[in-house]
Design a protein around this ligand. Structure first.
Ligand code: BG6
Length: 485
Protein backbone atom coordinates (compact mmCIF):
# COMPACT_ATOMS: atom_id res chain seq x y z
CA UNK A 1 0.00 0.00 0.00
CA UNK A 2 1.27 3.48 -0.83
CA UNK A 3 2.05 5.50 2.28
CA UNK A 4 0.97 8.64 0.53
CA UNK A 5 -2.69 8.52 1.58
CA UNK A 6 -5.04 10.91 3.37
CA UNK A 7 -8.66 10.32 4.22
CA UNK A 8 -11.60 12.71 4.40
CA UNK A 9 -14.81 11.63 6.12
CA UNK A 10 -17.89 13.60 5.10
CA UNK A 11 -20.54 13.27 7.79
CA UNK A 12 -17.91 12.81 10.50
CA UNK A 13 -20.35 13.73 13.27
CA UNK A 14 -22.92 11.19 12.12
CA UNK A 15 -23.87 7.79 13.44
CA UNK A 16 -21.84 5.74 10.94
CA UNK A 17 -18.67 7.70 11.59
CA UNK A 18 -19.07 7.32 15.34
CA UNK A 19 -20.10 3.68 15.41
CA UNK A 20 -17.94 2.30 12.62
CA UNK A 21 -15.52 4.54 10.74
CA UNK A 22 -13.56 6.25 13.52
CA UNK A 23 -13.31 3.05 15.61
CA UNK A 24 -12.21 1.10 12.51
CA UNK A 25 -9.45 3.63 11.75
CA UNK A 26 -8.35 3.54 15.37
CA UNK A 27 -8.15 -0.27 15.29
CA UNK A 28 -6.14 -0.16 12.06
CA UNK A 29 -3.76 2.28 13.68
CA UNK A 30 -3.50 0.08 16.75
CA UNK A 31 -2.69 -2.91 14.52
CA UNK A 32 0.04 -0.87 12.83
CA UNK A 33 -1.78 -0.89 9.49
CA UNK A 34 -2.16 2.86 8.93
CA UNK A 35 0.77 4.49 7.12
CA UNK A 36 2.65 6.82 9.48
CA UNK A 37 1.94 9.90 7.41
CA UNK A 38 -1.80 9.28 6.89
CA UNK A 39 -4.00 12.14 8.07
CA UNK A 40 -7.75 12.05 8.61
CA UNK A 41 -9.97 15.06 7.97
CA UNK A 42 -13.31 14.90 9.73
CA UNK A 43 -15.74 17.04 7.77
CA UNK A 44 -19.18 18.10 9.01
CA UNK A 45 -21.45 21.13 9.30
CA UNK A 46 -21.13 21.58 13.04
CA UNK A 47 -19.32 24.60 14.27
CA UNK A 48 -16.60 22.96 16.36
CA UNK A 49 -12.82 22.89 16.01
CA UNK A 50 -10.19 20.15 15.93
CA UNK A 51 -9.55 20.32 19.68
CA UNK A 52 -13.23 19.78 20.41
CA UNK A 53 -13.52 17.02 17.81
CA UNK A 54 -10.57 15.17 19.33
CA UNK A 55 -12.14 15.54 22.79
CA UNK A 56 -15.45 14.07 21.54
CA UNK A 57 -13.58 11.22 19.85
CA UNK A 58 -11.61 10.35 22.96
CA UNK A 59 -14.86 10.24 24.98
CA UNK A 60 -16.40 8.07 22.28
CA UNK A 61 -13.52 5.60 22.38
CA UNK A 62 -13.36 5.53 26.17
CA UNK A 63 -17.07 4.61 26.11
CA UNK A 64 -16.45 1.91 23.51
CA UNK A 65 -13.28 0.31 24.82
CA UNK A 66 -13.45 1.21 28.50
CA UNK A 67 -10.97 3.31 30.46
CA UNK A 68 -9.19 0.13 31.59
CA UNK A 69 -8.23 -0.84 28.06
CA UNK A 70 -7.12 2.65 27.14
CA UNK A 71 -3.86 2.66 25.20
CA UNK A 72 -2.47 6.17 25.55
CA UNK A 73 0.33 5.55 23.05
CA UNK A 74 -2.04 4.47 20.27
CA UNK A 75 -4.50 7.23 21.08
CA UNK A 76 -1.90 9.95 21.01
CA UNK A 77 -0.61 8.72 17.63
CA UNK A 78 -4.16 8.45 16.27
CA UNK A 79 -5.37 11.79 17.61
CA UNK A 80 -2.45 13.58 15.94
CA UNK A 81 -3.83 12.42 12.59
CA UNK A 82 -7.23 14.05 13.15
CA UNK A 83 -8.27 17.45 11.81
CA UNK A 84 -11.77 18.86 11.90
CA UNK A 85 -12.94 20.97 8.98
CA UNK A 86 -16.34 22.65 9.09
CA UNK A 87 -18.05 22.47 5.71
CA UNK A 88 -21.66 23.08 4.76
CA UNK A 89 -21.90 20.46 1.99
CA UNK A 90 -24.37 22.53 0.00
CA UNK A 91 -22.06 25.56 -0.20
CA UNK A 92 -19.43 25.42 -2.94
CA UNK A 93 -17.30 28.12 -1.35
CA UNK A 94 -16.96 26.16 1.90
CA UNK A 95 -14.89 23.49 0.14
CA UNK A 96 -11.97 25.88 -0.07
CA UNK A 97 -11.08 25.08 3.60
CA UNK A 98 -10.72 21.44 2.63
CA UNK A 99 -8.67 22.33 -0.43
CA UNK A 100 -6.21 24.19 1.79
CA UNK A 101 -5.76 21.10 3.97
CA UNK A 102 -4.91 18.89 0.96
CA UNK A 103 -1.25 18.39 0.24
CA UNK A 104 -0.18 18.06 -3.40
CA UNK A 105 0.59 14.62 -4.80
CA UNK A 106 -1.04 12.72 -1.95
CA UNK A 107 -3.81 10.22 -2.76
CA UNK A 108 -7.09 11.48 -1.36
CA UNK A 109 -9.86 9.16 -0.20
CA UNK A 110 -13.24 10.84 0.22
CA UNK A 111 -15.65 8.80 2.32
CA UNK A 112 -19.25 9.97 1.91
CA UNK A 113 -21.02 8.94 5.12
CA UNK A 114 -23.86 11.28 4.18
CA UNK A 115 -27.35 10.87 2.74
CA UNK A 116 -27.02 9.69 -0.89
CA UNK A 117 -28.99 12.72 -2.05
CA UNK A 118 -25.79 14.71 -1.37
CA UNK A 119 -23.39 12.44 -3.29
CA UNK A 120 -23.69 14.27 -6.62
CA UNK A 121 -23.34 17.77 -5.20
CA UNK A 122 -20.43 16.87 -2.90
CA UNK A 123 -18.56 15.38 -5.89
CA UNK A 124 -19.24 18.49 -7.94
CA UNK A 125 -18.07 20.85 -5.19
CA UNK A 126 -14.95 18.74 -4.62
CA UNK A 127 -14.17 18.96 -8.31
CA UNK A 128 -14.90 22.68 -8.53
CA UNK A 129 -12.62 23.32 -5.56
CA UNK A 130 -9.80 21.42 -7.27
CA UNK A 131 -9.82 18.54 -4.76
CA UNK A 132 -10.23 15.76 -7.36
CA UNK A 133 -7.20 14.37 -9.20
CA UNK A 134 -6.93 11.21 -11.31
CA UNK A 135 -5.80 9.30 -8.20
CA UNK A 136 -8.58 10.48 -5.85
CA UNK A 137 -10.90 7.75 -4.60
CA UNK A 138 -14.49 8.07 -3.45
CA UNK A 139 -16.31 5.75 -1.07
CA UNK A 140 -20.10 5.58 -1.17
CA UNK A 141 -22.38 4.18 1.50
CA UNK A 142 -25.69 2.50 0.70
CA UNK A 143 -28.43 3.08 -0.26
CA UNK A 144 -27.36 3.89 -3.79
CA UNK A 145 -30.77 4.87 -5.07
CA UNK A 146 -34.12 3.35 -4.18
CA UNK A 147 -34.67 1.77 -7.59
CA UNK A 148 -32.82 1.27 -10.86
CA UNK A 149 -33.55 4.72 -12.19
CA UNK A 150 -32.45 6.60 -9.10
CA UNK A 151 -29.33 4.42 -8.71
CA UNK A 152 -28.40 5.25 -12.32
CA UNK A 153 -28.76 8.92 -11.44
CA UNK A 154 -26.51 8.62 -8.38
CA UNK A 155 -23.93 6.56 -10.26
CA UNK A 156 -24.10 8.96 -13.20
CA UNK A 157 -23.64 12.03 -10.98
CA UNK A 158 -20.61 10.55 -9.19
CA UNK A 159 -19.24 9.12 -12.44
CA UNK A 160 -18.91 12.63 -13.90
CA UNK A 161 -16.06 13.32 -11.52
CA UNK A 162 -14.61 9.90 -10.59
CA UNK A 163 -13.70 6.97 -12.85
CA UNK A 164 -15.40 3.68 -12.04
CA UNK A 165 -11.96 2.35 -10.99
CA UNK A 166 -11.85 4.98 -8.22
CA UNK A 167 -15.40 4.45 -6.91
CA UNK A 168 -15.77 2.15 -3.89
CA UNK A 169 -19.40 1.24 -3.15
CA UNK A 170 -19.72 -0.25 0.30
CA UNK A 171 -21.75 -3.31 1.13
CA UNK A 172 -20.52 -3.99 4.63
CA UNK A 173 -21.43 -7.70 4.33
CA UNK A 174 -18.49 -8.08 1.94
CA UNK A 175 -16.22 -6.89 4.75
CA UNK A 176 -17.26 -9.81 6.98
CA UNK A 177 -14.67 -12.56 7.43
CA UNK A 178 -17.05 -15.40 6.66
CA UNK A 179 -18.21 -13.83 3.42
CA UNK A 180 -14.62 -13.61 2.21
CA UNK A 181 -14.06 -17.13 3.43
CA UNK A 182 -16.72 -18.29 0.99
CA UNK A 183 -14.17 -17.72 -1.76
CA UNK A 184 -11.57 -19.84 0.01
CA UNK A 185 -14.07 -22.51 0.97
CA UNK A 186 -15.51 -22.82 -2.52
CA UNK A 187 -12.48 -22.36 -4.69
CA UNK A 188 -9.59 -23.75 -2.63
CA UNK A 189 -11.23 -27.03 -1.65
CA UNK A 190 -11.61 -29.54 -4.45
CA UNK A 191 -13.84 -31.66 -2.24
CA UNK A 192 -16.29 -28.78 -1.92
CA UNK A 193 -16.14 -27.26 -5.38
CA UNK A 194 -16.57 -30.55 -7.19
CA UNK A 195 -19.91 -30.98 -5.46
CA UNK A 196 -21.15 -27.42 -5.65
CA UNK A 197 -23.98 -27.82 -8.13
CA UNK A 198 -27.37 -29.32 -8.85
CA UNK A 199 -26.05 -32.88 -8.90
CA UNK A 200 -25.27 -32.79 -5.16
CA UNK A 201 -27.05 -29.81 -3.62
CA UNK A 202 -30.75 -30.03 -2.86
CA UNK A 203 -31.35 -26.43 -1.89
CA UNK A 204 -29.74 -23.43 -0.18
CA UNK A 205 -31.08 -21.21 2.59
CA UNK A 206 -29.79 -17.73 3.28
CA UNK A 207 -31.03 -16.09 6.48
CA UNK A 208 -30.33 -12.64 7.90
CA UNK A 209 -32.53 -12.41 10.98
CA UNK A 210 -32.24 -9.45 13.33
CA UNK A 211 -33.70 -8.89 16.78
CA UNK A 212 -33.52 -5.11 16.45
CA UNK A 213 -36.48 -3.13 15.20
CA UNK A 214 -36.46 0.15 13.38
CA UNK A 215 -34.12 1.91 15.84
CA UNK A 216 -35.63 5.38 15.65
CA UNK A 217 -35.58 5.54 11.85
CA UNK A 218 -39.27 4.83 11.24
CA UNK A 219 -40.01 7.61 8.76
CA UNK A 220 -36.95 6.67 6.67
CA UNK A 221 -37.53 2.94 6.89
CA UNK A 222 -41.23 3.21 6.07
CA UNK A 223 -40.30 4.48 2.61
CA UNK A 224 -37.67 1.77 2.16
CA UNK A 225 -38.71 -1.58 3.61
CA UNK A 226 -36.74 -4.76 4.14
CA UNK A 227 -36.40 -5.70 0.46
CA UNK A 228 -34.51 -2.50 -0.33
CA UNK A 229 -32.76 -2.32 3.05
CA UNK A 230 -31.39 -5.88 3.18
CA UNK A 231 -32.20 -7.97 0.09
CA UNK A 232 -31.15 -5.64 -2.75
CA UNK A 233 -27.68 -5.40 -1.26
CA UNK A 234 -26.62 -7.78 1.51
CA UNK A 235 -28.64 -10.88 0.68
CA UNK A 236 -28.02 -10.67 -3.05
CA UNK A 237 -24.30 -10.17 -2.43
CA UNK A 238 -24.29 -13.26 -0.23
CA UNK A 239 -26.17 -15.14 -2.91
CA UNK A 240 -23.56 -14.07 -5.46
CA UNK A 241 -20.68 -15.28 -3.30
CA UNK A 242 -22.43 -18.62 -2.81
CA UNK A 243 -23.59 -19.20 -6.35
CA UNK A 244 -21.35 -17.37 -8.83
CA UNK A 245 -19.09 -19.31 -11.18
CA UNK A 246 -15.39 -19.55 -10.28
CA UNK A 247 -13.60 -16.38 -11.38
CA UNK A 248 -10.46 -16.98 -13.42
CA UNK A 249 -8.44 -15.12 -10.77
CA UNK A 250 -9.05 -13.24 -7.53
CA UNK A 251 -8.71 -9.88 -9.25
CA UNK A 252 -11.55 -7.48 -8.48
CA UNK A 253 -12.74 -7.29 -12.09
CA UNK A 254 -12.93 -11.06 -12.45
CA UNK A 255 -14.88 -11.53 -9.22
CA UNK A 256 -17.25 -8.67 -9.99
CA UNK A 257 -17.90 -9.89 -13.52
CA UNK A 258 -18.99 -13.29 -12.17
CA UNK A 259 -21.33 -11.64 -9.69
CA UNK A 260 -22.97 -9.61 -12.44
CA UNK A 261 -23.54 -12.77 -14.51
CA UNK A 262 -25.16 -14.43 -11.53
CA UNK A 263 -27.44 -11.45 -10.84
CA UNK A 264 -28.51 -11.46 -14.46
CA UNK A 265 -29.35 -15.17 -14.23
CA UNK A 266 -31.84 -14.67 -11.38
CA UNK A 267 -35.32 -15.56 -12.56
CA UNK A 268 -37.59 -12.54 -12.08
CA UNK A 269 -40.21 -12.85 -9.37
CA UNK A 270 -43.11 -10.97 -10.88
CA UNK A 271 -46.62 -11.33 -12.28
CA UNK A 272 -48.37 -14.52 -11.29
CA UNK A 273 -45.29 -16.04 -9.65
CA UNK A 274 -45.23 -13.44 -6.88
CA UNK A 275 -47.56 -15.06 -4.37
CA UNK A 276 -45.84 -18.42 -4.63
CA UNK A 277 -42.29 -17.04 -4.49
CA UNK A 278 -42.36 -14.08 -2.12
CA UNK A 279 -43.75 -13.27 1.32
CA UNK A 280 -43.90 -9.87 2.95
CA UNK A 281 -44.37 -9.50 6.68
CA UNK A 282 -44.69 -6.77 9.29
CA UNK A 283 -44.07 -7.31 13.00
CA UNK A 284 -46.65 -6.74 15.67
CA UNK A 285 -45.94 -6.45 19.39
CA UNK A 286 -44.22 -9.41 21.03
CA UNK A 287 -41.35 -10.52 23.23
CA UNK A 288 -37.63 -10.56 22.55
CA UNK A 289 -35.30 -12.23 25.05
CA UNK A 290 -37.97 -12.09 27.73
CA UNK A 291 -38.83 -8.40 27.32
CA UNK A 292 -41.92 -6.95 25.68
CA UNK A 293 -41.43 -4.95 22.49
CA UNK A 294 -43.90 -2.84 20.53
CA UNK A 295 -45.14 -3.52 17.03
CA UNK A 296 -43.99 -1.68 13.91
CA UNK A 297 -46.96 0.70 14.01
CA UNK A 298 -46.29 1.66 17.64
CA UNK A 299 -42.59 2.37 17.09
CA UNK A 300 -41.18 5.76 18.01
CA UNK A 301 -41.50 8.16 15.07
CA UNK A 302 -44.51 6.41 13.52
CA UNK A 303 -46.92 9.10 12.41
CA UNK A 304 -49.27 7.08 10.22
CA UNK A 305 -52.46 5.20 11.03
CA UNK A 306 -51.52 2.38 8.73
CA UNK A 307 -48.58 1.16 6.73
CA UNK A 308 -48.12 -1.72 4.33
CA UNK A 309 -44.34 -1.54 4.54
CA UNK A 310 -42.54 -4.86 4.97
CA UNK A 311 -40.17 -5.55 7.86
CA UNK A 312 -39.73 -9.15 6.73
CA UNK A 313 -39.18 -10.81 3.37
CA UNK A 314 -38.94 -14.48 2.38
CA UNK A 315 -38.17 -15.43 -1.20
CA UNK A 316 -37.87 -18.56 -3.25
CA UNK A 317 -35.31 -17.85 -5.94
CA UNK A 318 -34.38 -19.74 -9.10
CA UNK A 319 -31.08 -19.23 -10.84
CA UNK A 320 -31.45 -19.91 -14.52
CA UNK A 321 -28.08 -21.33 -15.45
CA UNK A 322 -26.46 -24.69 -16.05
CA UNK A 323 -25.06 -25.18 -12.52
CA UNK A 324 -28.17 -24.33 -10.56
CA UNK A 325 -31.07 -25.53 -12.72
CA UNK A 326 -33.57 -27.11 -10.33
CA UNK A 327 -31.88 -25.91 -7.11
CA UNK A 328 -33.97 -23.52 -5.05
CA UNK A 329 -32.44 -20.71 -3.03
CA UNK A 330 -34.60 -19.62 -0.08
CA UNK A 331 -33.79 -16.15 1.21
CA UNK A 332 -35.28 -14.54 4.28
CA UNK A 333 -34.59 -11.52 6.37
CA UNK A 334 -36.54 -9.67 9.01
CA UNK A 335 -36.48 -7.23 11.88
CA UNK A 336 -37.55 -8.19 15.40
CA UNK A 337 -37.05 -11.89 14.89
CA UNK A 338 -36.32 -14.42 17.58
CA UNK A 339 -32.53 -14.42 17.28
CA UNK A 340 -29.81 -12.51 15.54
CA UNK A 341 -28.62 -15.06 12.99
CA UNK A 342 -26.94 -14.57 9.65
CA UNK A 343 -26.08 -17.76 7.89
CA UNK A 344 -26.01 -19.73 4.68
CA UNK A 345 -27.07 -23.35 4.85
CA UNK A 346 -26.24 -25.68 1.97
CA UNK A 347 -28.47 -28.73 2.17
CA UNK A 348 -27.15 -31.71 0.22
CA UNK A 349 -29.26 -34.29 -1.55
CA UNK A 350 -30.08 -37.65 -0.04
CA UNK A 351 -28.21 -40.75 -1.09
CA UNK A 352 -29.70 -42.54 -4.09
CA UNK A 353 -30.30 -45.61 -1.91
CA UNK A 354 -30.40 -45.71 1.86
CA UNK A 355 -28.58 -48.38 3.93
CA UNK A 356 -29.41 -46.68 7.22
CA UNK A 357 -33.13 -46.41 7.88
CA UNK A 358 -32.60 -43.97 10.76
CA UNK A 359 -31.17 -41.39 8.36
CA UNK A 360 -33.98 -41.62 5.85
CA UNK A 361 -36.13 -38.62 5.03
CA UNK A 362 -33.65 -36.05 6.27
CA UNK A 363 -30.61 -34.51 4.64
CA UNK A 364 -27.49 -36.26 5.90
CA UNK A 365 -25.13 -33.48 4.99
CA UNK A 366 -25.52 -29.81 5.63
CA UNK A 367 -22.89 -27.16 5.38
CA UNK A 368 -23.64 -24.20 7.63
CA UNK A 369 -21.68 -21.03 6.94
CA UNK A 370 -22.30 -18.72 9.88
CA UNK A 371 -21.67 -14.99 9.63
CA UNK A 372 -23.03 -14.16 13.07
CA UNK A 373 -23.04 -15.01 15.88
CA UNK A 374 -19.85 -17.10 16.21
CA UNK A 375 -18.37 -16.83 12.73
CA UNK A 376 -17.49 -20.22 11.41
CA UNK A 377 -18.35 -23.20 9.26
CA UNK A 378 -20.01 -26.43 10.32
CA UNK A 379 -20.43 -29.58 8.32
CA UNK A 380 -23.11 -31.97 9.48
CA UNK A 381 -22.28 -35.56 8.68
CA UNK A 382 -23.46 -39.03 9.54
CA UNK A 383 -21.07 -41.18 11.52
CA UNK A 384 -21.20 -44.56 13.24
CA UNK A 385 -22.38 -44.39 16.80
CA UNK A 386 -19.77 -45.83 19.07
CA UNK A 387 -21.41 -48.83 20.73
CA UNK A 388 -20.84 -52.55 21.22
CA UNK A 389 -24.51 -53.28 21.64
CA UNK A 390 -25.58 -51.85 18.30
CA UNK A 391 -24.39 -53.48 15.10
CA UNK A 392 -24.14 -50.41 12.91
CA UNK A 393 -26.16 -47.53 14.22
CA UNK A 394 -25.49 -44.03 12.97
CA UNK A 395 -25.75 -40.55 14.42
CA UNK A 396 -25.36 -36.97 13.18
CA UNK A 397 -22.03 -35.36 14.03
CA UNK A 398 -20.67 -31.95 13.25
CA UNK A 399 -17.27 -30.93 11.98
CA UNK A 400 -16.61 -27.46 13.24
CA UNK A 401 -14.34 -24.80 11.86
CA UNK A 402 -14.63 -22.01 14.37
CA UNK A 403 -13.00 -18.85 13.04
CA UNK A 404 -12.39 -17.25 16.36
CA UNK A 405 -10.67 -20.23 17.96
CA UNK A 406 -8.63 -21.07 14.91
CA UNK A 407 -7.49 -17.56 14.04
CA UNK A 408 -5.31 -17.13 17.10
CA UNK A 409 -6.39 -13.48 17.16
CA UNK A 410 -7.93 -11.94 20.26
CA UNK A 411 -10.73 -10.40 18.20
CA UNK A 412 -12.28 -10.66 14.75
CA UNK A 413 -11.90 -7.40 12.83
CA UNK A 414 -15.03 -5.43 12.13
CA UNK A 415 -16.12 -5.35 8.47
CA UNK A 416 -15.27 -1.64 8.20
CA UNK A 417 -11.65 -2.24 9.21
CA UNK A 418 -11.19 -4.60 6.29
CA UNK A 419 -13.09 -2.35 3.90
CA UNK A 420 -11.15 0.80 4.81
CA UNK A 421 -7.91 -1.09 4.44
CA UNK A 422 -8.89 -2.29 0.96
CA UNK A 423 -9.81 1.25 -0.13
CA UNK A 424 -6.40 2.43 1.05
CA UNK A 425 -4.75 -0.40 -0.88
CA UNK A 426 -6.80 0.56 -3.94
CA UNK A 427 -8.27 -2.94 -4.32
CA UNK A 428 -11.95 -3.09 -5.31
CA UNK A 429 -12.54 -6.81 -4.79
CA UNK A 430 -14.80 -6.22 -1.76
CA UNK A 431 -16.77 -3.38 -3.34
CA UNK A 432 -19.81 -3.42 -5.53
CA UNK A 433 -19.53 -2.37 -9.16
CA UNK A 434 -22.04 -0.17 -10.92
CA UNK A 435 -23.16 -3.13 -13.03
CA UNK A 436 -23.85 -5.20 -9.92
CA UNK A 437 -25.87 -2.45 -8.26
CA UNK A 438 -27.91 -1.90 -11.38
CA UNK A 439 -28.50 -5.60 -12.04
CA UNK A 440 -29.74 -6.12 -8.49
CA UNK A 441 -32.03 -3.10 -8.63
CA UNK A 442 -33.40 -4.32 -11.96
CA UNK A 443 -34.35 -7.63 -10.32
CA UNK A 444 -35.78 -6.03 -7.15
CA UNK A 445 -37.73 -3.41 -9.09
CA UNK A 446 -39.78 -6.07 -10.84
CA UNK A 447 -40.71 -7.70 -7.55
CA UNK A 448 -41.56 -4.34 -5.96
CA UNK A 449 -43.69 -3.38 -8.96
CA UNK A 450 -45.62 -6.66 -8.75
CA UNK A 451 -46.25 -6.18 -5.03
CA UNK A 452 -47.49 -2.71 -5.79
CA UNK A 453 -49.65 -3.68 -8.79
CA UNK A 454 -51.17 -6.68 -7.05
CA UNK A 455 -51.57 -4.74 -3.81
CA UNK A 456 -49.86 -7.56 -1.90
CA UNK A 457 -50.47 -6.95 1.80
CA UNK A 458 -47.89 -7.65 4.49
CA UNK A 459 -48.64 -10.64 6.74
CA UNK A 460 -48.35 -9.95 10.47
CA UNK A 461 -45.85 -11.79 12.67
CA UNK A 462 -45.20 -11.39 16.37
CA UNK A 463 -41.95 -9.75 17.35
CA UNK A 464 -39.71 -12.52 18.66
CA UNK A 465 -41.02 -15.15 16.24
CA UNK A 466 -39.42 -16.46 13.05
CA UNK A 467 -41.71 -14.47 10.75
CA UNK A 468 -45.21 -14.89 9.31
CA UNK A 469 -46.73 -18.36 8.95
CA UNK A 470 -47.00 -17.73 5.22
CA UNK A 471 -43.20 -17.99 5.10
CA UNK A 472 -43.44 -21.49 6.57
CA UNK A 473 -45.88 -22.40 3.84
CA UNK A 474 -43.56 -20.99 1.17
CA UNK A 475 -40.91 -23.57 2.03
CA UNK A 476 -43.19 -26.36 3.30
CA UNK A 477 -44.90 -26.41 -0.10
CA UNK A 478 -41.62 -27.88 -1.33
CA UNK A 479 -41.48 -30.41 1.56
CA UNK A 480 -38.68 -28.52 3.27
CA UNK A 481 -38.37 -26.40 6.38
CA UNK A 482 -36.35 -23.44 7.60
CA UNK A 483 -33.20 -24.51 9.35
CA UNK A 484 -33.30 -22.96 12.85
CA UNK A 485 -36.71 -24.25 13.72
C1 BG6 B 1 -27.83 -2.29 7.31
C2 BG6 B 1 -29.31 -2.07 7.33
O1 BG6 B 1 -27.31 -2.17 6.02
O2 BG6 B 1 -27.54 -3.58 7.81
C3 BG6 B 1 -29.85 -2.22 8.73
O3 BG6 B 1 -29.60 -0.77 6.82
C4 BG6 B 1 -29.46 -3.57 9.29
O4 BG6 B 1 -31.26 -2.08 8.75
C5 BG6 B 1 -27.96 -3.80 9.15
O5 BG6 B 1 -29.85 -3.60 10.66
C6 BG6 B 1 -27.60 -5.23 9.53
O6 BG6 B 1 -26.21 -5.37 9.55
P1 BG6 B 1 -25.53 -6.52 10.41
O7 BG6 B 1 -24.09 -6.44 10.07
O8 BG6 B 1 -25.83 -6.23 11.84
O9 BG6 B 1 -26.18 -7.81 9.96
Amino acid sequence: MSSNIDLVIFGARGDLAKRKLLPALYQLDKAGLLPDSTRVAAVARENIDTVEFIKHTSELFKGLYGEDNWDEKVWSRFSRRLHYIKVDFSQKKEFSGLKQWIVDKRTMIYYLATPPSLFGSICKHLDDAGCVTPTSRIVLEKPIGHDLQSSEQVNGAVGQYFDEGNIYRIDHYLGKETVQNLLALRFANRMINSQWDNSCIDHVQITAAETVGIEGRWSYYDKVGQLRDMVQNHLLQLLCMVAMEPPSSLKADEIRAEKVKLLRALRPICGDSVEEHAVRGQYSAGWISGSPVVGYMEEEGCESDSSNNETYVALKVHIDNWRWAGVLFYLRTGKRMQDKVTQVVIVYKDNPHSLFPETEGEANNKLVIRLQPNEGIELEMVSKKQSLKERLKTEKRTLNLDFFDSSGESRIADAYERLLLEVMKGDQWLFVSRDEIEASWHWCDRLLASWRDKKVATKPYSAGSWGPSRAEILIENDNRSWQEE
